[in-house]
Design a protein around this ligand. Structure first.
Ligand code: SAM
Length: 195
């Protein structure tokens, strides 16, 4: 099973109609569309991408699937958008996904970086509800990808020490093909004093 299918399975088991969720790297909108179908018309998905091109493709996909009404599309850097959401949405979000890297078939220089990813993850920690789910897929094959994956791994270790439950799906390297890694984090304490 590809990691994206694992991500969709985790989301399917977790999200309920009416929930609020965030796709922090909407790209071509596959994950956003899946989340939108799960939260339904009474729920909300906030979908963020730094590229207008990605937001436009996602809008079209959602229109075709008739689930645009439950999605708020935001063009911008997810570290800034998520930080700005913290003032009004603390502990209200059921699931947040990150699919790091660049938009397939697009300019590979426009990609996530360890610095902005770290800031975005810090904000996500505040936004997630108790029992909230954080899914981060990190690609290690492109320039800077391994460094970013290592940064995410260290951050996950840190939050594990403060009471989060962390799992990872780390497929074996197959020849020259370095597969992505999926981190699955759950905020499972109701009143974590460190957050
Ligand atoms: N999950 C997506 C899908 O279903 O098609 C694919 C995401 S793609 C691997 C990564 C996306 O992150 C790209 O569309 C890229 O524009 C976006 N991105 C890169 N840096 C970003 C940032 N700082 N803030 C928000 N989005 C960013």
């Amino acid at each position: 099973m590809r990691l994206i299918e694992h991500v969709h399975t985790y989301l399917s088991k977790h999200l309920q109609p009416g929930d609020h969720a965030i796709d922090a790297t909407t790209g071509n909108g596959y994950d956003t569309a899946h989340m939108a179908s799960l939260v339904g018309s009474k729920g909300l998905v906030i979908a963020i991408d730094i590229q207008k091109e990605a937001i436009d493709v996602t809008r079209k996909r959602l229109e075709n699937l008739q689930c645009l009404r439950q999605v708020q599309l935001l063009t911008g850097d997810h570290s800034e958008v998520l930080q700005s959401l913290c003032s009004t949405n603390t502990q209200t979000i059921s699931a947040i996904t990150f699919n790091l890297g660049y938009l397939p078939g697009s300019d590979k220089s426009i990609r996530t970086t360890p610095e902005t990813t770290l800031r975005a993850l810090e904000a996500s920690q505040q936004l997630l509800k108790p029992n909230g789910l954080l899914l981060v897929t990190a690609y290690r094959g492109h320039k800077g990808g391994q460094d970013e994956a290592d940064t995410v791994a260290r951050w996950m270790q840190q939050i594990e020490n403060s009471g989060w439950l962390i799992n990872s799906n780390d497929p074996a390297v197959n020849g020259d093909n370095i597969p992505p890694i999926l981190f699955v984090a759950r905020r499972f304490l109701a009143n974590n004093p460190k957050i």
